[in-house]
Design a binder for this molecule. Sequence first.
Ligand SMILES: Cc1cc2nc3c(=O)[nH]c(=O)nc-3n(C[C@H](O)[C@H](O)[C@H](O)COP(=O)(O)OP(=O)(O)OC[C@H]3O[C@@H](n4cnc5c(N)ncnc54)[C@H](O)[C@@H]3O)c2cc1C
Length: 424
Amino acid sequence: MTEPMPAQAAAPAGVSPSVADSFDLAIVGAGPVGLALTNALVGAGVALRIALIDRRAAGAGRDDPRALALAEGSRRILAALGAWEAASATPIRDIHVSQRGGFGRTLIEGSDVAAEGQAALGHVLRYGALLAALEQALVQAQSLTGAARVTRFAETTVAALAEERDQITLTLATGGEPKRIAARLVVHAEGSAADATAWLTRDYRQSAIVAEVTPARAHQGRAWERFTADGPLALLPLGSDYSLVYTTSNGRLPELLELDDAAFLALLRADFGTRLDFAAIGPRSAWPLALRARKTLSVPRQVWIGASAQTLHPVTGQGFNLGLRDALTLATVIGNAVRSVTQQRIDVGAGALLADYRRQRRGDRLGTIAFTDGLIRVFGSTLPGMSALRGIGLLALDVLPALRAPLARRLAHGTVAAPTWRGD
Ligand SMILES: Cc1cc2nc3c(=O)[nH]c(=O)nc-3n(C[C@H](O)[C@H](O)[C@H](O)COP(=O)(O)OP(=O)(O)OC[C@H]3O[C@@H](n4cnc5c(N)ncnc54)[C@H](O)[C@@H]3O)c2cc1C
């Protein structure tokens, strides 16, 4: 999904970047998480010079076929960043959870999180719509506050990074002459990194087929999560359609991609049983699935957020939600540090600041990774008796709201309550 980037290769010899090419932060990756961080920093009204670098051309990410389920906590953060109204999101009223070939099911409803006073369990929107909303909010935030200066580098990657005493020099590959800039802090938001030794990885040997499916009857805001022996399937309400995430083993993937639409819909009917029927399906795309978590979130003058810090199985729809909380926490740590110093310019790459960020992200990050990975392993287990145990678990969830509520809250907010932001 992302291009490898050498993390610490030496920069070619040459003249140091001029003051005009010096930044407080270089954010590598203008995906939803990198953009959210930029928005939060600009919205904080602190004087920062930010370089925002992306390998894609401006606007190119709008065609990404993914739809993202957003937790209520994320909706609040995006609203506070001014990036919610513009996004056309579909509310999730309830979630039906079941397993194929075993008994037990549960329905998680809005009332399970009613104590938080929210109308929907979450919202679904297209990745492209989210990017557009964040871009629009950034323009507005810049015109309102004007304190931070953002310089965009599109169709650009980082060819080399060289750490110096109090800054990092980045050599940018722009398609023409390489360009050198300097930054106090490099924020990795490019989705992944090349250095495999820096990651803990579990290859699920599964891929997700993503498509938009038209239901035969109105979905009424219900999401479906169905666990099968081959992997979990999710249908998320998106406009009048569903966004389908169909997990399958890598061995079976080519066969499923080759099916014509009618044959794929027949398969979907067989997987979901008589509860649901489908009228049409759009183009299918495939995504390899693995758990990847960076062993450390920072090294001197570099920090990782979003999918650059961790990628999760999409079954619980937690990846972007977690990455958004990474971005917000980092923006808060940086914003507070800048505000605490009145006379001299703050070093946003200072070790203490990065240690604070690491400490604040630890619980939420590890909890969300464990929750998602645990669910995949429990529902993927073929050990004797596991199907019955899962059925009992689902039945228990169904009849005991006290058990269901924590699960609903986790899906709605993440491991901990979402960090607050201006006006939240
Ligand atoms: C099938 C599927 C379904 C998902 N569903 C959900 C869901 O329902 N809910 C949820 O919360 N999450 C979901 N996720 C996870 C979610 O998509 C990611 O967590 C989210 O996209 C991470 O955002 P990001 O900005 O960190 O990275 P990305 O979205 O990967 O963006 C990275 C950006 O960096 C740029 N880039 C890449 N390499 C370089 C480079 N070398 N130099 C410069 N720029 C670079 C890219 O062009 C891109 O703009 C799903 C993921 C998949 C695969």
